[in-house]
Design a protein around this ligand. Structure first.
Ligand SMILES: Cc1ncc(COP(=O)(O)O)c(C=O)c1O
Length: 385
């Protein structure tokens, strides 16, 4: 199957009894154990027991098949949210004395969690998002956590180069691919690499679901499956059903928002009230060559950020004047959202670090949705005026 077909049919579900070709919502906490006919506990296709929905659930499993197909990985696990996936991975892979290298501009809660692991004897180092900086720091036995595209200033990391380096050194690489999505980049195809996605964003795609996923090598995922069971971080069946539904339109949504975002980035670049625009699809953007090297398609996603001339008060005016675009802290969904990083994901960063990364008081992040591009440009133009 080619990628678009996998998005639609990757769940592999078929109900022998009724002929239903879409997975129903198995809204049950437990399953009969043992099976009265065989006297044995039922098993899933990966050999785990099907008895309790904190461990396995058929609707969740159907989503996992689809995610593994789309990510081109051996297997996948679905979680309650992106942070459920990341926290479970950290607990599974790190131990007292471990070193964790994490992108300096990673998602706020990821950075906070990574730093707070010091109470268990883990040393966390924040690394500038460049392949060279990671190559300088990485040592055998480390766990390396990177994001394909950083947030909110959209620096693209040469993950292919980082993965080569991690493989040579002998470390495990985790790639949070939320901002790129598997439409343009599939890190699970790189050696020794585990992929994380916040399904809340592009994959579920409708601003109504929280979810997370880990994709990668089946043997490694067995251990992570066991930690998910112990930590209780599995996704619930209803969210899995909605995520499967969202996944089918991922590619067409990603194509559309990428086109809209580029148009809006160009519009803002020429706007007299705008100081600077950050979008890896712009020819002037220093990260475009890296994106063109590692992305399979010339699509750069639906998120861009920009600096409004002036300071906090001008930014707050824009946030209060947009009408179609909603001020809210997320991305990748059907509705356009405008986020003020200083009060959301970057809130906990010390000021000097924040400024070094380019997250200034006048920076706003826009995630475009599926509205008409002209309506979005008008909305922004009026708010800026
Ligand atoms: C890049 C990235 N990773 C992980 C997360 C966490 O995902 P969730 O909110 O689904 O827990 C987010 C949330 O915004 C994110 O932007």
């Amino acid at each position: 199957m080619r990628p678009s077909t996998k998005l639609v049919h990757g769940h592999r579900y078929f109900d022998e009894r009724y002929g239903a070709f879409l997975p129903p919502i198995y809204q049950v906490a437990m399953f009969e154990q043992p099976d009265r006919e065989t006297g044995e506990t039922r098993l899933t296709d990966r050999g785990t027991e099907l008895k309790y929905s904190r461990e396995e659930n058929p609707t969740v499993r159907a989503l996992e098949h689809a995610l593994a197909a789309v990510e081109e990985s051996e297997d996948a696990l679905a979680f309650s949210c992106g942070m459920g996936a990341i926290s479970t991975l950290f607990i599974a892979l790190l131990k007292q004395g471990s070193r964790l290298l994490v992108t300096a501009e990673a998602y706020g809660a990821t950075i906070q969690l990574a730093e707070e692991l010091s109470k268990f004897g883990v040393t966390t180092l924040k690394v500038w998002p460049s392949a060279e900086a990671f190559a300088e720091q990485v040592r055998v036995g480390d766990v390396v956590f990177v994001e394909t595209v950083t947030n909110p200033t959209l620096k693209v990391l040469d993950v292919v180069e980082v993965a080569k380096n991690c493989r040579d050194v002998g470390t495990t690489l985790i790639v949070d691919n939320t901002f790129a999505s598997p439409v343009v980049f599939k890190p699970a195809t790189l050696a020794r690499t585990i992929v994380v996605e916040s399904l809340t964003k592009y994959i579920a795609g409708h601003n109504d679901v929280l979810g997370g996923c880990v994709a990668g090598n089946a043997d490694l995922l067995k251990d992570i499956w066991d930690w998910r069971r112990k930590m209780g971080t599995i996704m619930n069946p209803f969210e899995a059903f909605l995520t499967l539904r969202g996944l089918k339109t991922l590619e067409i949504r990603f194509e559309r928002v990428s086109r809209t975002a580029l148009e809006i980035a160009e519009f803002l670049q020429d706007h007299p009230k705008i100081e600077e625009v950050f979008y890896p699809g712009l020819d002037s953007n220093p990260y475009k060559p890296i994106a063109d090297k590692i992305f399979q398609r010339r699509l750069y996603g639906g998120v861009l950020s920009f600096k409004v001339k002036g300071g906090k008060s001008e930014v707050k005016k824009v946030l209060s004047k947009v009408r179609i675009i909603k001020p809210a802290p997320s991305l990748g969904g059907t509705e356009s959202l405008l986020t003020y990083p200083v009060i959301s994901a970057a809130k906990m960063l010390p000021e000097d670090e924040r400024l070094k990364l380019g997250i200034t008081d006048n920076l706003l992040r826009l995630s475009v949705g599926l509205e008409d591009t002209e309506d979005l440009k008008e909305d922004l133009g009026e708010a800026l005026a």
